[in-house]
Design a protein around this ligand. Structure first.
Ligand code: HEC
Length: 273
């Protein structure tokens, strides 16, 4: 290689290194109205505003964001549709479209990180919630759980409902719709499926499968399992633990009981590998 080429290469390398955090993109795979948004385009969206979130679920303090109402981005989506928000780290939040389309009460917003003003780290040594983060104003009004606040979002996709995509998650079809096991299944989808598969079914790649080879109801004494779900670190401690605890405000005792009831039921419905 001659000297000039080498100089060009070095110059090019220096340019790459000095480029500020490049703008991110959000893929909306909504069927007919799919599109990709760049950070800069979202910041120029006609409905963009600055919102304040009190006691932000991920930052655990008040935060302020540039945000677009999610409903404005979900063109063509109907309340009965099912969506999945996939994060950069593989966290896959299953979301019913109905609450996301609300224009009053609990309201969903897509918070947009500006490339020139990165958000703070979520905790020491971790990345921030950007490039896109789903936040809620008035979450109490809609009974919105922490798993409905996905961060580091890379794409939002329209999908068939969970039960259709993953029949291996289904309780015995002979059970009545209002059977506590079916309620437990709904709670599992809302709170756990974003991180855990069960019977190999689900899209999460974050936590262990909760039925194969063993179901936690088979190896945790009942009270220990509940204690684990309330506060994983109260059973065993290690610094890299990633599972959040579910307090009684998020998962009241009755709900926790039904959730464990679903897990117990599924121990009898294992899928053979
Ligand atoms: C944000 C992701 C996340 C969510 C949400 C989550 N978990 Fe976990 N869970 C994990 C991870 C990761 C582990 C592995 C241990 C760790 O790193 O904390 C784990 C471990 C577990 C274990 C222990 C398994 C073992 O044998 O050690 C159980 C039981 C469990 N989760 C149940 C649940 C239930 C029930 C829910 C819903 C109420 C839930 N988890 C929600 C991420 C999550």
């Amino acid at each position: 290689m001659d000297g000039d080429h080498l100089k060009t290469l070095i110059l090019f390398g220096a340019l790459l290194l000095s480029t500020p955090l490049s703008a991110a993109q959000l893929d909306l795979e909504l069927g007919a109205s799919s599109r990709t948004w760049q950070t800069e385009e979202l910041l120029k969206h006609p409905q963009v505003q600055t919102i304040t979130i009190s006691n932000d679920v991920s930052y655990k303090r008040d935060m302020s964001y540039h945000a677009v109402p999610l409903a404005a981005l979900l063109t063509g989506i109907k309340p009965e549709d099912h969506l999945q928000a996939v994060a950069l780290d593989g966290f896959a939040a299953e979301l019913s479209a109905a609450p996301l389309l609300n224009t009053q009460g609990a309201r969903a917003w897509l918070a947009i990180e500006e490339s020139t003003k990165p958000w703070p780290a979520l905790s020491e040594g971790k990345p921030g919630a950007g490039p896109f983060y789903l936040v809620w104003t008035d979450p109490q009004a809609g009974d919105i759980s922490p798993e409905q606040w996905p961060f580091q979002v890379a794409s939002i996709k329209r999908m068939a409902p969970v039960a259709e995509r993953f029949p291996a998650l289904l309780p015995d079809p002979a059970l009545k719709a209002n059977d506590p096991v079916n309620k437990g299944f709904a709670l599992f989808q809302k709170n756990c499926l974003a991180c855990h598969r069960l019977n190999g079914a689900g899209d999460a790649q974050f936590g262990p499968d909760l039925n194969i080879p063993f179901n936690p109801t088979e190896y945790f004494g009942a009270d220990f399992l509940k204690r684990y779900i309330r506060d994983p670190q109260s059973l065993r401690q290690w610094p890299q633990a990633k599972m959040p605890g579910f307090s009684a405000t998020v998962l009241p005792d009755g709900d926790l009981e039904m959730l464990v009831g679903y897990l117990k039921h599924m121990a009898g419905r294992k899928v053979k590998p």
